[in-house]
Design a protein around this ligand. Sequence first.
Ligand code: SF4
Length: 615
Amino acid sequence: MSWARKILRVDLTKGTCTAEPLNMQWARDYIGSRGLATKYFASEVDPKVDPLSPQNKIIWATGPLTGTMASTGGRYVVVTKGLLTGAIACSNSGGHWGAELKMAGWDMIVFEGRSPKPVYLYVENDSAQLLDADWLWGKSVWETEPAIQAKHQDEQVRVSCIGRAGETGCLFAAVVNDLHRAAGRSGVGAVMGSKNLKAIAVRGTKGVGNVRDPVAFMKAVDAGKKVLASHPVTSQGLPKYGTQVLMNVINEIGALPTRNHREVQFEGAKNISGEAMHEPRKSDGKPNLVTNQACFGCTIACGRISKMDEGHFTVKNDPKYWGASGGLEYEAAWALGAANGVNDLEALTYANYVCNEQGMDPITFGATVGAVMELYDLGVLTKEKVGIEAKFGSAETLAFLAQATAKGEGFGKELALGSRRLCAKYGHPDLSMSVKGQEFPAYDSRGIQGMGLAYATANRGACHLRGYTVASEVLGIPVKTDPLVTEGKPALVKAFQDATAVFDSAGICLFTSFAWSLADVQPQLQAACSEEYTMEELALAGERIWNLERDFNNRAGFTAKDDTLPKRLTTEPAKTGPAKGKVNGLAEMLPEYYKLRGWDEKGQLKPETRARLKL
Ligand code: SF4
């Protein structure tokens, strides 16, 4: 079956931990992880709840393939009502924590209420208890994990926790596990912090031996691994360069948002690319990249482990940053670099370390720095206000603001609000490059038209991991489409969104989808689960999960007006590159998308859509 069939419910107000059986009908219909946790959440929480109130809940969940031999089967999600957006938030992470929870015998943990004092949850197989975390409060992620392992005298304990950003109310605080793997987006760490929950420490020794048909499962798993091993992206590009393989590619097609989306190509892209991470530095002759690294069970190994130049101005007096640690992924390198015009690879690595160390989303952080730099450029913000000159391209400013924001100090408190609130506060709401309050990732939708629709309709705010049409529009996966046209994009976006919901819900990494289609996932799920899954049923489950999230947002107060883009992207044409002269054609795509979705013109699910999807 591969579901553990058991969930843990933790009442933080009362301090109790209770086991209950998994709702197997829901497991069948929503698969697991993202889908199943959202089903529980949407069934138990009023969509209009204040994200900071004790009535908001927060769920850690695994999928049926989490902890199994399936490649990349180490994923887990954190689901809550997001503080940054007010929408459903589902943030996904790799590393080893998810597999450890499954091996302890749990599918998910539902937290409700709010603890009167700092606590952490300690799970050891069937046993779960809330323990005092006064002694951990104020510690970074990098301090918290080893401190908990030392207390329990077990280096195998896996820890999912917040750093100072989550404690100080940074609206884009992340939940981090294994020191540098993060459920990074939508501010799930801020909700965790608001509940006085510092960490979840897990030790599981039961294994995951409960797949339905072990022989068929291993056959399907082996076949899937062979596909990953033979595809150039998953066997060469990602292991060698990580997602940073994209930096030069996206810059060349004129879709690399630069200086808060004022431009679409960055003259410093080569300096901050995956290729640059391999090159010996001029300063000390060593490369930034030390090695690649795999999450639990992953045969791709796209993770980056970097080591900074110890003489770099950001760290020369701070040896704690001299060790090897989680390096730059593409989205972080873009947000910390091109979005601000900063081309200093070491400074980007430092800012990324700080984001991991204190639990902060580098995409929203970097994009918000971009907005700050534009406000400074316009004379709206001053050196006195920010605490430092904030010119585009300043690595010193990036490093300064990373520390200030992560610790909630000085102007960092304002930056911690994210770009939407900050730009509104200073009278320029249009300069926030965000949708539903969440900042864009690293693709300019004037040069990749489908991404404009994907961003505008993403249920957790602007996001590349909900409908990654870049795969088709740029990389030709599974088929090449023209990135500069809007025709056909509504169907493409819908197909990517629904399939992604299945990958996420199964408990595997979305990066497998560079090589896998649902046809590669289906035999693995089919052999693992006690339920039958045909291709049609899986496709329907993906659509059901998407609409469940949408329905939650609608009931929270979101309308068709929120399916929009900042006017810069629809009125200011790209200045250079293949997309020169183009704006995003969202208005041309949205009506057809609604029709394909079975929504009315207000973006609400039609009754027949609800009936078809059993919602
Ligand atoms: S592909 Fe990368 S992010 Fe995904 S599971 Fe493997 S190492 Fe982790």
